[in-house]
Design a protein around this ligand. Structure first.
Ligand SMILES: [Fe+2]
Ligand SMILES: [Fe+2]
Length: 195
């Protein structure tokens, strides 16, 4: 199992978020479904924006996997009698994407790093939740931990492959922002929210 995700996160999820998540599993699952769908659409838009980078061969399998996760979460929602519906998204991803450079090649660099960061936090949150869950949700989240961990590593490797440089320096300010976003009280509970 790879542990790349540990290298990109500065801080762990606060216990208060875990406590809130366990009391809000319906919202967590609904938001999680939207996150998987967004992960797939983000990849499609990267493939669309950068045809010259040949991202398809690396990222299309990931997009397919994210869509499968989306389908699996929606099935879980159905089984639990939770209707799939729109949900106001939290500020987490939006705040990170606001930091993306408007100039290339920095724009693609930041995009890949933010994708890696979001995958890393998802991974860490699955790991936080798994010991407290039961049955099918526990085994599902354990499997997702493995997939999202692989995705995180793939984005980081893709960065190195395309730009022939180490990603750690450019990641630092984004990691700091990410850590601030999860370490504050948040009126809106979401999969990637603060507490
Ligand atoms: Fe996923
Ligand atoms: Fe993923």
């Amino acid at each position: 199992m790879n542990n790349s995700w540990k290298k990109v996160l500065i801080e762990s999820t606060p216990q208060k978020w875990i406590d809130r998540a366990l009391k809000s599993l319906d919202i967590l699952l609904l938001d999680h479904a939207h996150c998987e769908k967004k992960a797939a659409t983000t990849i499609i838009s990267l493939i669309h924006k950068y045809p010259e980078k040949n991202l398809t061969q690396y990222l299309l399998p990931v997009a397919r996997e994210e869509l499968l996760h989306f389908e699996q979460v929606t099935e879980l929602l159905k089984k639990r009698g939770i209707p799939y519906k729109k949900l106001k998204s939290g500020p987490y991803a939006r705040s990170l994407y606001q930091k993306i450079s408007s100039e290339e090649p920095y724009r693609l660099k930041d995009s890949l790093l933010i994708c890696a960061l979001i995958e890393a936090r998802s991974c860490e949150r699955f790991q936080c939740l798994v010991p407290f869950l039961k049955g099918s949700l526990q085994s599902f989240y354990s499997r997702l931990y493995e997939s999202e961990s692989r995705h995180c590593e793939l984005y980081l490797n893709l960065y190195t492959k395309i730009f022939k440089e180490d990603w750690s320096l450019r990641l630092k300010p984004l990691s700091r922002l990410e850590s601030n976003l999860i370490n504050k009280a948040d009126p809106l509970f979401r999969f990637h929210s603060g507490f």
